[in-house]
Ligand binder design. Structure first.
Ligand SMILES: *[C@@H]1O[C@H](CO)[C@@H](O)[C@H](O)[C@H]1NC(C)=O
Ligand SMILES: *[C@@H]1O[C@H](CO)[C@@H](O)[C@H](O)[C@H]1NC(C)=O
Ligand SMILES: *[C@@H]1O[C@H](CO)[C@@H](O)[C@H](O)[C@H]1NC(C)=O
Length: 405
């Protein structure tokens, strides 16, 4: 957190009309006082649940794998500091969520979706939403092309990329996204709240694609796995770009339904801000567990900035029963949850049973003791570390400023 005095200075300053892209360390925007916000709801997937960042202050994680470094928590902290009134913060994001987990269920049935759980009687001046990565098969691609949790049975990278391309071509995702945005706005009674808006956050490309060293580097969890060729890095980056384009189109589509000076939905693209902080940057030999300038997690990597007690954060989500790692039974539950960690752990258990010859590629893969079956250990992979979440938060402020929100 910034010292209070610094924060007040920023709050007194007129809203900056930024035209350049400042990095988070050079220039941190805060909500200006005339746009003061007192409450919000955060919807979406693991990117807004903050998987892998420290446990929430009540020291309880959940099946949703929420972490206190998540950008919605950072927003809530800033709002509490900046306002005298109590901030209402509804944190509905859940790891593994797809558009289907957000959409409200038909009236008459008792719904459990994130939008059903949104309590519109509580103060809410805005909402945030991260969604799309699970709908469009990020895990399947990352598994097949990079980690190969299920060993030789992981499927080919080409097939996973082709499946993701098919999902991208299906107009269903964009339609569900538009519907979600309209449902959130309706629940929030937008017609009574001229300032209410939804900030939709995108994803960042995972790789520096043109560097040479990664052409011979591998992040596979089992020895002898595929290298991170330029072609694979480019194609995975292209997938992220395509998802961001879809999100932007969905946001623009939803906005067109509303007349008004200010947009009701904004797209927050933080990809540029991650430049220099991806995997396979120049001079980096992957997997590099010591590089703190990488803003994504590797499997089992520490948080950045360092969490006092990473072990606690990971132990907090040990599954209550061992079904999760029973190779004969785990897949159905893991697939139903869509949780990357559940899937990774289950695939590794299945791989070990079906291919006893597999050897871990390095000693971080199957860590000492029981840690190896902690889903968060693997599930946080390719998700922002706490430092990355700060950058997402700052980008939200920047987009608000640009749109007068
Ligand atoms: C801890 O906080 C989370 C997130 O705010 C909440 O979902 C959960 O119910 C809380 N648990 C307890 C025991 O208060
Ligand atoms: C949080 O929970 C962990 C695991 O149960 C425990 O070891 C730790 O002491 C707890 N921390 C706090 C601050 O209560
Ligand atoms: C919604 O919030 C209001 C105001 O705090 C509260 O009275 C009500 O019980 C909440 N509704 C549900 C379903 O939790």
């Amino acid at each position: 957190m910034l010292p209070l005095s610094f924060l007040s200075l920023l709050l007194l300053a007129p809203p900056a009309k930024t035209t350049t892209t400042p990095t988070s360390t050079q220039h941190v925007l805060r909500p200006a006082p005339q746009h003061r916000k007192t409450g919000f709801a955060a919807f979406g997937d693991s990117y807004s649940a903050g998987i892998g960042t420290p446990l929430p202050s009540n020291n309880t994680s959940s099946a949703c794998r929420r972490g206190a470094g998540a950008y919605p928590v950072l927003l809530a902290q800033d709002l509490t500091t900046a306002t005298t009134t109590t901030t209402s913060f509804q944190w509905l994001s859940c790891t593994g969520a797809t558009t289907h987990d957000l959409l409200s269920t038909p009236s008459g049935t008792s719904g459990t979706s994130q939008i059903d759980a949104f309590n519109a009687s509580l103060d809410a001046d805005f909402a945030t939403l991260s969604i799309g990565g699970n709908d469009l098969g990020f895990f399947a691609v990352i598994n097949a092309c990079v980690f190969r949790f299920y060993g030789p049975s992981s499927g080919t990278c080409a097939a996973a990329l082709a499946a993701a391309d098919d999902l991208l071509r299906d107009p269903g995702f964009e339609q569900r996204l538009s519907l979600i945005l309209l449902e959130i706005l309706d629940r929030a009674r937008w017609w009574e709240k001229p300032g209410f808006s939804v900030a939709v956050t995108g994803y960042a490309r995972f790789f520096a694609a043109e560097t040479d060293a990664c052409d011979s580097a591998s992040m596979s969890v089992w020895r002898g796995g595929p290298v991170l060729s330029k072609d694979i890095r480019r194609r995975m980056n292209a997938l992220v770009d395509a998802v961001n384009r879809k999100l932007r189109a969905g946001v623009e589509g939803a906005n067109q339904r509303f007349a008004g000076e200010k947009p009701r939905v904004v797209f927050v693209d933080f990809d540029d801000a991650f430049e220099g902080h991806r995997f396979c940057e120049e001079g980096v030999s992957e997997p590099d567990y010591e590089r703190e300038d990488t803003w994504f997690f590797l499997p089992g990597a520490r948080d950045v900035p360092a969490d006092d007690d990473d072990t606690v954060a990971e132990m907090g989500v040990i599954p209550g029963d061992s079904v999760l790692v029973d190779p004969a039974r785990c897949l159905r539950g893991a697939e139903a949850s869509g949780d990357w960690g559940d899937l990774a752990v289950c695939y590794m258990a299945m791989a070990r049973r079906q291919h006893p010859e597999l050897a871990p590629s390095h000693d971080r893969v199957l860590p000492q003791g029981s840690m190896w079956y902690v889903p968060t250990y693997y599930g946080k992979t390719f998700h922002p570390r706490s430092l990355g979440h700060r950058v997402v938060r700052d980008q939200i402020y920047k987009v608000w400023e640009e749109n007068g929100l």
